[in-house]
Design a protein around this ligand. Structure first.
Ligand SMILES: [Zn+2]
Length: 333
C-alpha cells in the first residue's frame, strides 16, 4: 500500500536511454548473443527481491516468481524465465539453493544476491566441525554433491548465510538495497531506514519462546532474544526439506502442549500433514500463530509485509507472560 515513487537518478535515466536500442527486441535471444550490458535492465527472481529493488530504483522491477500460490522452493524454471534472466543486465536474487535454478544462467558479475550463490565455495559441514555442540548425527556425511538441491544439514546452522529465507534478515535486505543502488543507481536510504527500524524493534523485544513449523523466521530472530525451541530433529528434517517422522511430530506436539511457547510460526505456503497437525494443536491450545509466507500477498509490497510481521510479533510479545530458560525443563533448547 505504500509503494513509493522515487525519483530515477539522472545516471539511471541516461543508461536507460543508451540501452533502449538493445533491449527493444531482445525476446529472441538468437538475434543478440552479446552479453547484456545495461545494468538498469533489472529482473528479480522473486517478488520479495523485486520489491526491494523497486524501492531503490523507483521503477517497477519485474519478478519471475510472485504470488502466494507458488512455493519458490519447488518452482520449476521455464525456458521463458531463463531467457529473461539471460537478457537482464542485473539479476537480483536470493542466493543459496533457493533460486539457483533461475540465477544459474546468469554470469556471477550480473547477480546481486543476499547469501552466497550455490556452487560458490561455501560448505555447510565446513563451519560445523569447529564448534563443540553434541548434536546427534542422524545424517551421514557422505552426500550427493552432484544434486542441485544439496540440503544436507547435519546440525543447526551457525552461520546466517546458511538460512535460505534470508529476506527476513533486515541487515541482508539493506545489503541488497545498497548493492542495487550502487550498480543501477537509485536511493537505498528509505529501505535502510525501514530496516533499521525493524532491527531496533526486534532487538528491543524481551526473551520469549517460539517454535516454527518451518524455519522461515530464523533470519528475523537471529541475534535477538526471541528463543526458538523447535525440536532439533524436526528442525533438521525441515531444513533438509524432508517430511518429519511421526516421532518428530510427536515431540513437537508435546512442546506445544507443554504451554511454554509464546507463539508458533507457520509458513502457510509450505504445508504438509505434519504442519497442519501442529497448527491445529496450537489453535486448540490458544497459542498465538504468526503466519509468514515465502512471498507477500500479490497486492502487498514486501517492505510493508515485513513491517506487518514484526508488528504482529510485537503485539504477541507485549502480551506474553514468558517463562525464563530455567523454567523450561526438558524443553530447554
Ligand atoms: Zn529461552
Amino acid at each position: 500500500m505504500q509503494k513509493r515513487i522515487l525519483h530515477r537518478s539522472a545516471a539511471a535515466l541516461a543508461a536507460l536511454t543508451l540501452g533502449a536500442g538493445l533491449t527493444a527486441c531482445s525476446s529472441d535471444s538468437t538475434l543478440n548473443d552479446a552479453p547484456p550490458t545495461d545494468p538498469t535492465n533489472i529482473i528479480a527472481t522473486t517478488s520479495v527481491w523485486a520489491d526491494v529493488a523497486s524501492a531503490v530504483t523507483g521503477k517497477e522491477v519485474p519478478a519471475i516468481i510472485s504470488g502466494q500460490s507458488i512455493d519458490p522452493h519447488t518452482y520449476e524454471a521455464t525456458a521463458a524465465d531463463l531467457a529473461k534472466i539471460r537478457e537482464a543486465g542485473t539479476v537480483v536474487a536470493n542466493g543459496g539453493h533457493y533460486d539457483a535454478d533461475l540465477y544459474r544462467v546468469a554470469e556471477q558479475d550480473r547477480i546481486i544476491h543476499a547469501i552466497p550463490l550455490s556452487g560458490e565455495d561455501h560448505d555447510h559441514e565446513h563451519a560445523h566441525d569447529e564448534h563443540d555442540h553434541e548434536h546427534g548425527h542422524d545424517h551421514d556425511h557422505g552426500h550427493d554433491h552432484g544434486h542441485d538441491h544439496g540440503h544436507n544439514f547435519t546440525e543447526i546452522p551457525t552461520d546466517i548465510n546458511d538460512l535460505e529465507h534470508i529476506w527476513l534478515a533486515p541487515g541482508k535486505v539493506k545489503e541488497v538495497a545498497d548493492a542495487v543502488a550502487k550498480r543501477t543507481g537509485g536511493d537505498a536510504s528509505e529501505v535502510d531506514r525501514r530496516m533499521d527500524a525493524i532491527t531496533e524493534k526486534l532487538n528491543a523485544m524481551p526473551h520469549v519462546h517460539l517454535a516454527m513449523t518451518e524455519p522461515i523466521a530464523a533470519p528475523m530472530i537471529w541475534g535477538t532474544e526471541l528463543h526458538d525451541l523447535t525440536p532439533e530433529k524436526y528442525l533438521l528434517t525441515t531444513l533438509n526439506e524432508s517430511e518429519p517422522s511421526a516421532g518428530e511430530v510427536a515431540e513437537f506436539l508435546e512442546l506445544i502442549d507443554s504451554g511454554i511457547l509464546d507463539f508458533l510460526v507457520v509458513n502457510s505456503q509450505s504445508t504438509n500433514n505434519a504442519t497442519q497437525r501442529l497448527k491445529e494443536a496450537a489453535e486448540k491450545k490458544n497459542l498465538p500463530i504468526v503466519e509468514i509466507n515465502e512471498t507477500p500477498p500479490t497486492d502487498m509490497d514486501f517492505l510493508d509485509y515485513f513491517e506487518q510481521i514484526v508488528d504482529e510479533v510485537q503485539k504477541i510479545v507485549d502480551e506474553a507472560d514468558p517463562r525464563t530458560d530455567a523454567q523450561l525443563g526438558n524443553f530447554a533448547g
